[in-house]
Design a protein around this ligand. Structure first.
Ligand SMILES: [Zn+2]
Length: 256
């Protein structure tokens, strides 16, 4: 069975649009709909026809393009049941464990609340890809706008448990700034130092830092490393539960 083609492109000020395409059936899904025009342009570039949109959460910078894309293509819109009233144009409500098919490829829905109350991620195990919206960023994580630290820690832990080779597609390009913060939390982490240098070099060329991988994030992302003795020592939180350490890292990032 052919693998999905995955095409990522920048949109709005720092969002990413992503199209996933099953070459056997022609099915094509957009991950979120930040705005219609760049998505339609990407579809035209590729010669693909939009069949589905998979929405991660209700924020406007992930949903603003739904209406125009639906009118233009007649696509079907999937999104979190827990945010159904907040997502105009939603056709199919999804929850933990549901399967969403894009052509021959099946995505498993993983509920990842914290940034918003109903945020979901879409995991394609056969294609080793997960689309995480604003839950996990490279070397960062989403702000806790509608959830508390234990809720977000639980969501991040579900993503962290995916196979390390899984490619992670995030909603925003924040990695360069995230690395600057992460180095204040774990300055001795050599994997983080190397990632920061690579990301700064990419940023200078305008090259994306994404997708990342679960393995790379486990090695570098302070929000996934709340169990690290070095981080706990730096925060004066030795032996404390990881969700508490995570909450402190998140609070520091909010003030950074
Ligand atoms: Zn958001």
């Amino acid at each position: 069975m052919a693998k999905l083609d995955i095409y990522q492109f920048p949109t709005r000020s720092d969002n990413y649009g992503v199209l996933i395409h099953d070459p056997e059936t022609g099915a094509t899904a957009a991950i979120d709909a930040p705005e219609a025009e760049p998505i339609l342009a990407a579809l035209a570039d590729k010669g693909w026809r939009l069949t589905d949109i998979l929405i991660t959460h209700h924020h406007a910078d992930h949903t603003a393009g739904i209406d125009a894309l639906k009118k233009k293509t007649g696509c079907t819109v999937y999104g979190p049941a827990r945010e159904a009233g907040l997502i105009p144009g939603l056709d199919v409500e999804v929850k933990e464990g549901d399967t969403v098919a894009v052509g021959h490829a099946d995505a498993r829905v993983i509920e990842t609340p914290g940034h918003t109350r109903g945020h979901v991620s879409y995991y394609f195990p056969d294609d080793e890809a997960v689309f995480v919206g604003d839950t996990l960023f490279s070397v960062g994580c989403g702000k806790l706008l509608e959830g508390d630290a234990p809720t977000m820690w639980h969501s991040l832990s579900k993503l962290a448990a995916l196979p390390p080779e899984t490619n992670v597609y995030c909603g925003h390009e924040y990695t360069n700034a995230n690395c600057r913060f992460a180095l204040t939390i774990e300055p001795e982490n050599q994997a983080l130092q190397a990632r920061a240098a690579q990301v700064a070099e990419n940023a200078a060329k305008g090259a994306p830092s994404l997708p990342t991988t679960i393995g790379q994030e486990l090695a570098t992302n302070p929000f996934l490393r709340a169990s690290s003795p070095a981080i706990q020592a730096r925060l004066g939180m030795e032996g404390q539960p990881p969700e508490a350490v995570f909450g402190e890292v998140r609070a520091r990032k909010d003030r950074f």
